[in-house]
Design a protein around this ligand. Sequence first.
Ligand SMILES: [Zn+2]
Length: 364
Amino acid sequence: MHLSPSVHSRLATGVIRTTPLEGETTVSWITRWAARYHLPPGPYLRAVLQQEGRATVSGRSGLGTELYLNTAARERVAAYSRIEEQVLACVLPAWPLDLDVLRHHTGPAAHWQSPITTYTVASVMAGCLKCTAPRSGGRQVWQYRGWHQRVCRMHRIWLVGGEPGYTGLAQIPLDHLGQGEAARVLAAHRRHQDLIDQGEMAAAAWQWARGAIQHLYTDQDSRPLPVSVPWNRRLKALAERAGCGVYRPWDIIARDLVTYPETLALASALATAADQQRAAAPQHFEASLTEALRRLTSLNTTHGVEHLARWLAQHTREELQRWLSSISGDRTAVPLNVPALTWALKRRLSTAGLSRTHEPVGTG
Ligand SMILES: [Zn+2]
């Protein structure tokens, strides 16, 4: 890409300094930085890394990608950004990662690929706009966050777990659930931190619980939800208050929110089952679930809690066994996969032209 002489000279002198935010994805930072030169991130990166007119950049930039750099590229980018490498390494989680694909390059080299995440840093999420705007000039910031960090308590916002580059809805005000439900989510969120403090096992249990609950929710044809499960009611209220109707990928985003307290309860019961193998017996697991639902979901009827615990225990029996196998070292036992937002978004883009409301709530 040809850059105008003025852009090149500003680039070279680094007069525009864009500070990264804590936990930000490298691509989010570069995108914000490039935008200040009115450039997309790809051409901007090439301009920074080029040597004798050529830049070594592999992989495809776009929806759902993160940017990885080798040592020489990190030095180059840091020099242009006018920010010390140690600072960037502390703030940008992907910055210090050395990918095999970049190791054999001696000059500056970069690679685009899906973000690498772990159990504890579970996903890339849109940062709360109100929290980040003062430092990002109002631009969307994407951050690595744990699932227990999905709520901005200060602004009562549910943050969208998605992919860098996703341009749709980035956050849902909790009050769109109604005051009572918002309070329940906030109460569950406080307890989520306690669960995470129990260690990596509990963080892994969350992934399993999320997979199991999302599959139960999207399989309503063969396994209808009991009346005591209020997920559909919550989703409908959320859509009405948001004034948007239930469409993709909004429903995929919203499902995590409307199932949040119950997912937390299941994660807690799975973590307990891992601690006390006896809880794997069906009656013990149901008792453990009843206790967790009572404690974490603020459901106020004994009958409702017991009914839900029975239903959940019955439908997650296989998942429980696979979870216990996985912590005993069975590498073939992995959590159920939750449909990615990128997938939903691509599908939506491929059907562009359809009215949003024409797409019904489906199985994802
Ligand atoms: Zn906030």
